[in-house]
Ligand binder design. Structure first.
Ligand code: NAP
Length: 245
Protein backbone atom coordinates (compact mmCIF):
# COMPACT_ATOMS: atom_id res chain seq x y z
CA UNK A 1 0.00 0.00 0.00
CA UNK A 2 1.18 3.54 -0.80
CA UNK A 3 2.39 5.60 2.14
CA UNK A 4 0.72 8.90 3.02
CA UNK A 5 2.15 12.19 4.27
CA UNK A 6 0.31 15.20 5.71
CA UNK A 7 2.24 18.46 5.56
CA UNK A 8 0.81 21.45 7.39
CA UNK A 9 1.27 24.82 5.68
CA UNK A 10 2.16 23.29 2.34
CA UNK A 11 0.76 26.01 0.07
CA UNK A 12 4.09 27.88 0.06
CA UNK A 13 7.79 27.71 0.91
CA UNK A 14 9.34 24.71 2.66
CA UNK A 15 6.00 22.91 3.01
CA UNK A 16 5.30 23.22 -0.70
CA UNK A 17 8.74 21.89 -1.65
CA UNK A 18 8.27 19.05 0.83
CA UNK A 19 4.91 18.09 -0.69
CA UNK A 20 6.54 17.88 -4.12
CA UNK A 21 9.43 15.79 -2.81
CA UNK A 22 7.13 13.23 -1.16
CA UNK A 23 4.93 13.11 -4.28
CA UNK A 24 7.96 12.39 -6.47
CA UNK A 25 8.95 9.65 -4.02
CA UNK A 26 5.54 7.99 -4.52
CA UNK A 27 3.60 9.12 -1.45
CA UNK A 28 -0.05 10.10 -1.25
CA UNK A 29 0.08 13.76 -0.26
CA UNK A 30 -2.28 15.76 1.96
CA UNK A 31 -1.77 19.45 1.25
CA UNK A 32 -2.89 21.84 3.98
CA UNK A 33 -3.27 25.57 3.53
CA UNK A 34 -4.68 28.38 5.63
CA UNK A 35 -5.12 31.43 3.35
CA UNK A 36 -3.31 30.68 0.06
CA UNK A 37 -6.06 28.72 -1.69
CA UNK A 38 -4.86 29.34 -5.25
CA UNK A 39 -1.32 28.29 -4.40
CA UNK A 40 -2.57 25.12 -2.68
CA UNK A 41 -4.61 24.14 -5.75
CA UNK A 42 -1.76 24.92 -8.16
CA UNK A 43 0.40 22.62 -6.02
CA UNK A 44 -2.31 19.96 -6.20
CA UNK A 45 -2.18 20.09 -10.01
CA UNK A 46 1.59 19.81 -9.98
CA UNK A 47 1.58 16.90 -7.55
CA UNK A 48 -1.11 15.06 -9.54
CA UNK A 49 0.99 15.54 -12.68
CA UNK A 50 3.75 13.54 -10.95
CA UNK A 51 1.28 10.63 -10.74
CA UNK A 52 0.71 11.00 -6.99
CA UNK A 53 -2.64 10.85 -5.22
CA UNK A 54 -3.32 14.03 -3.30
CA UNK A 55 -5.97 16.17 -1.63
CA UNK A 56 -6.11 19.74 -0.44
CA UNK A 57 -7.52 20.49 3.00
CA UNK A 58 -8.00 24.04 4.25
CA UNK A 59 -7.51 24.62 7.96
CA UNK A 60 -5.92 26.84 10.57
CA UNK A 61 -3.65 24.55 12.58
CA UNK A 62 -4.24 26.63 15.70
CA UNK A 63 -7.96 25.79 15.63
CA UNK A 64 -8.58 22.36 17.15
CA UNK A 65 -11.95 21.82 15.44
CA UNK A 66 -10.51 22.65 12.01
CA UNK A 67 -7.57 20.32 12.65
CA UNK A 68 -9.90 17.48 13.70
CA UNK A 69 -11.88 18.03 10.49
CA UNK A 70 -8.66 17.99 8.44
CA UNK A 71 -7.63 14.63 9.88
CA UNK A 72 -11.14 13.22 9.43
CA UNK A 73 -11.07 14.12 5.72
CA UNK A 74 -7.54 12.75 5.38
CA UNK A 75 -8.39 9.38 6.96
CA UNK A 76 -11.57 9.14 4.86
CA UNK A 77 -9.49 9.60 1.70
CA UNK A 78 -6.36 7.58 2.45
CA UNK A 79 -7.12 5.43 5.54
CA UNK A 80 -3.76 6.12 7.15
CA UNK A 81 -1.14 8.80 7.73
CA UNK A 82 2.40 7.44 7.88
CA UNK A 83 4.25 10.74 8.14
CA UNK A 84 3.14 14.02 9.71
CA UNK A 85 5.21 17.12 8.95
CA UNK A 86 4.41 20.00 11.32
CA UNK A 87 5.65 22.79 9.10
CA UNK A 88 3.02 25.59 9.32
CA UNK A 89 4.54 28.58 10.98
CA UNK A 90 4.62 32.34 11.27
CA UNK A 91 7.41 34.76 12.12
CA UNK A 92 7.87 38.45 12.63
CA UNK A 93 10.58 40.81 13.77
CA UNK A 94 9.62 43.01 16.70
CA UNK A 95 11.60 44.40 19.61
CA UNK A 96 10.67 42.30 22.64
CA UNK A 97 9.43 45.33 24.56
CA UNK A 98 7.03 46.11 21.69
CA UNK A 99 5.60 42.58 21.35
CA UNK A 100 1.90 42.70 22.21
CA UNK A 101 0.10 40.01 24.18
CA UNK A 102 -1.84 39.23 20.97
CA UNK A 103 1.36 38.83 18.90
CA UNK A 104 2.87 36.56 21.57
CA UNK A 105 -0.32 34.49 21.79
CA UNK A 106 -0.71 34.09 18.01
CA UNK A 107 2.93 33.01 17.63
CA UNK A 108 2.38 30.23 20.19
CA UNK A 109 -1.07 29.35 18.83
CA UNK A 110 0.25 28.68 15.34
CA UNK A 111 3.81 27.47 15.89
CA UNK A 112 3.33 25.41 19.07
CA UNK A 113 -0.37 24.73 19.58
CA UNK A 114 -0.73 23.86 15.89
CA UNK A 115 1.86 21.11 16.32
CA UNK A 116 0.15 19.97 19.55
CA UNK A 117 -3.23 19.75 17.79
CA UNK A 118 -1.89 17.80 14.82
CA UNK A 119 0.12 15.38 16.97
CA UNK A 120 -2.87 14.63 19.18
CA UNK A 121 -5.03 13.96 16.11
CA UNK A 122 -2.53 11.70 14.36
CA UNK A 123 -1.26 9.69 17.31
CA UNK A 124 -4.18 7.39 18.22
CA UNK A 125 -3.93 5.68 14.81
CA UNK A 126 -0.11 5.72 14.72
CA UNK A 127 0.02 4.15 18.20
CA UNK A 128 -2.48 1.45 17.24
CA UNK A 129 -0.42 0.75 14.08
CA UNK A 130 2.84 0.86 16.08
CA UNK A 131 4.36 2.87 13.25
CA UNK A 132 4.79 6.50 12.26
CA UNK A 133 7.10 9.43 11.76
CA UNK A 134 6.57 12.96 13.02
CA UNK A 135 8.86 15.71 11.74
CA UNK A 136 8.59 19.15 13.33
CA UNK A 137 10.05 22.20 11.63
CA UNK A 138 11.89 24.25 14.24
CA UNK A 139 14.64 26.81 13.50
CA UNK A 140 18.21 27.56 14.47
CA UNK A 141 16.71 30.43 16.48
CA UNK A 142 15.14 27.79 18.70
CA UNK A 143 18.68 26.60 19.45
CA UNK A 144 20.52 29.89 19.87
CA UNK A 145 17.88 32.67 19.99
CA UNK A 146 17.50 35.69 17.73
CA UNK A 147 17.39 39.35 18.67
CA UNK A 148 14.03 40.97 17.79
CA UNK A 149 12.55 37.49 17.44
CA UNK A 150 12.20 36.50 21.09
CA UNK A 151 8.60 35.32 20.62
CA UNK A 152 9.52 33.34 17.47
CA UNK A 153 12.65 31.88 19.10
CA UNK A 154 10.64 30.86 22.17
CA UNK A 155 8.16 28.91 20.03
CA UNK A 156 10.96 27.17 18.15
CA UNK A 157 12.69 26.27 21.43
CA UNK A 158 9.38 24.80 22.61
CA UNK A 159 9.16 22.72 19.42
CA UNK A 160 12.62 21.30 20.13
CA UNK A 161 11.90 20.25 23.73
CA UNK A 162 8.46 18.94 22.72
CA UNK A 163 10.17 16.81 20.06
CA UNK A 164 12.70 15.32 22.49
CA UNK A 165 10.08 14.49 25.14
CA UNK A 166 7.57 13.03 22.68
CA UNK A 167 10.30 10.90 21.08
CA UNK A 168 10.98 9.30 24.47
CA UNK A 169 7.29 8.64 25.10
CA UNK A 170 6.61 7.21 21.65
CA UNK A 171 9.76 5.14 21.07
CA UNK A 172 8.12 2.01 22.55
CA UNK A 173 5.29 2.48 20.00
CA UNK A 174 7.84 2.56 17.16
CA UNK A 175 7.00 6.18 16.32
CA UNK A 176 9.97 8.40 15.54
CA UNK A 177 9.81 12.11 16.34
CA UNK A 178 12.46 14.50 15.08
CA UNK A 179 12.90 18.21 14.48
CA UNK A 180 14.61 20.09 11.70
CA UNK A 181 16.20 23.43 12.53
CA UNK A 182 16.98 25.29 9.30
CA UNK A 183 18.94 28.51 9.07
CA UNK A 184 17.82 31.12 6.54
CA UNK A 185 15.75 29.56 3.74
CA UNK A 186 14.75 31.42 0.60
CA UNK A 187 10.97 31.67 1.08
CA UNK A 188 8.39 34.42 1.63
CA UNK A 189 9.28 34.26 5.33
CA UNK A 190 12.57 36.04 4.68
CA UNK A 191 11.13 38.07 1.79
CA UNK A 192 11.39 41.28 3.81
CA UNK A 193 15.12 40.85 4.42
CA UNK A 194 17.28 43.34 2.50
CA UNK A 195 19.96 42.32 0.01
CA UNK A 196 22.56 43.67 2.44
CA UNK A 197 21.36 41.38 5.26
CA UNK A 198 21.21 38.42 2.87
CA UNK A 199 24.89 39.01 2.04
CA UNK A 200 25.73 39.15 5.77
CA UNK A 201 23.83 35.90 6.35
CA UNK A 202 25.80 34.24 3.56
CA UNK A 203 29.12 35.57 4.85
CA UNK A 204 28.38 34.24 8.32
CA UNK A 205 27.48 30.80 6.96
CA UNK A 206 30.50 28.50 6.54
CA UNK A 207 29.00 27.00 3.37
CA UNK A 208 28.29 30.54 2.09
CA UNK A 209 24.69 29.94 1.04
CA UNK A 210 21.08 30.68 1.85
CA UNK A 211 19.21 27.36 1.62
CA UNK A 212 16.59 26.66 -1.02
CA UNK A 213 13.29 25.20 0.26
CA UNK A 214 13.95 22.08 -1.85
CA UNK A 215 17.15 21.46 0.10
CA UNK A 216 15.23 21.47 3.39
CA UNK A 217 12.56 19.24 1.82
CA UNK A 218 15.27 16.66 1.03
CA UNK A 219 16.20 16.53 4.73
CA UNK A 220 12.54 16.20 5.77
CA UNK A 221 12.15 13.31 3.36
CA UNK A 222 15.33 11.66 4.65
CA UNK A 223 13.79 11.49 8.12
CA UNK A 224 10.90 9.45 6.73
CA UNK A 225 13.10 6.76 5.18
CA UNK A 226 14.06 3.28 6.36
CA UNK A 227 17.70 4.40 6.45
CA UNK A 228 16.97 6.76 9.37
CA UNK A 229 14.97 4.28 11.47
CA UNK A 230 17.30 4.66 14.47
CA UNK A 231 17.12 8.45 14.54
CA UNK A 232 14.59 9.82 17.04
CA UNK A 233 14.45 12.81 19.38
CA UNK A 234 17.08 14.60 17.31
CA UNK A 235 17.35 18.12 15.99
CA UNK A 236 18.82 18.06 12.49
CA UNK A 237 20.32 21.38 11.58
CA UNK A 238 20.66 21.95 7.81
CA UNK A 239 21.96 25.49 8.22
CA UNK A 240 25.16 25.22 6.19
CA UNK A 241 27.12 25.44 9.42
CA UNK A 242 25.56 28.79 10.44
CA UNK A 243 24.92 27.22 13.83
CA UNK A 244 27.13 24.41 15.07
CA UNK A 245 26.13 22.99 18.44
P1 NAP B 1 6.30 30.69 4.38
O1 NAP B 1 6.87 30.66 3.03
O2 NAP B 1 5.89 31.96 5.01
O3 NAP B 1 5.06 29.66 4.42
C1 NAP B 1 4.36 29.47 5.61
C2 NAP B 1 3.33 28.38 5.39
O4 NAP B 1 2.63 28.18 6.64
C3 NAP B 1 2.28 28.78 4.35
O5 NAP B 1 1.97 27.66 3.56
C4 NAP B 1 1.09 29.19 5.22
O6 NAP B 1 -0.17 28.91 4.62
C5 NAP B 1 1.24 28.26 6.40
N1 NAP B 1 0.54 28.75 7.59
C6 NAP B 1 0.73 29.91 8.26
N2 NAP B 1 -0.14 30.00 9.28
C7 NAP B 1 -0.91 28.87 9.23
C8 NAP B 1 -1.98 28.38 10.01
N3 NAP B 1 -2.47 29.06 11.06
N4 NAP B 1 -2.53 27.19 9.68
C9 NAP B 1 -2.05 26.47 8.61
N5 NAP B 1 -1.04 26.90 7.84
C10 NAP B 1 -0.48 28.08 8.14
O7 NAP B 1 7.31 30.04 5.44
P2 NAP B 1 8.49 28.98 5.28
O8 NAP B 1 9.76 29.71 5.22
O9 NAP B 1 8.17 27.98 4.25
O10 NAP B 1 8.42 28.32 6.73
C11 NAP B 1 7.94 27.02 6.96
C12 NAP B 1 8.42 26.58 8.33
O11 NAP B 1 9.84 26.63 8.37
C13 NAP B 1 7.94 27.49 9.46
O12 NAP B 1 7.64 26.72 10.60
C14 NAP B 1 9.15 28.37 9.72
O13 NAP B 1 9.16 28.89 11.04
C15 NAP B 1 10.27 27.40 9.47
N6 NAP B 1 11.57 28.03 9.16
C16 NAP B 1 11.71 28.89 8.11
C17 NAP B 1 12.95 29.48 7.87
C18 NAP B 1 13.17 30.45 6.75
O14 NAP B 1 14.23 31.12 6.73
N7 NAP B 1 12.29 30.55 5.77
C19 NAP B 1 14.03 29.17 8.69
C20 NAP B 1 13.85 28.27 9.75
C21 NAP B 1 12.61 27.71 9.97
P3 NAP B 1 -1.06 30.01 3.81
O15 NAP B 1 -0.13 30.78 2.91
O16 NAP B 1 -2.05 29.15 3.08
O17 NAP B 1 -1.75 30.88 4.82
Amino acid sequence: MKRTVLITGSSRGIGRATAKKFAIEGYNVIINYYKSKDKAYSLLEEVLSFGANAIVVQGDVSDRKQVEEMFKKSYEKFGNIDVLVNNAGIADMTLFTDVTKEQWQRMFDVNVNGMFNCCQCVLPKMISEKSGRIINIASIWGLVGASCEVHYSATKGAIISFTKALAKELGPSNILVNAIAPGAVDTDMIGGVSEEIREVLKEETPLGVIAKPEEIADVVYLLSTEETKLITGQVINPSGGFVIV
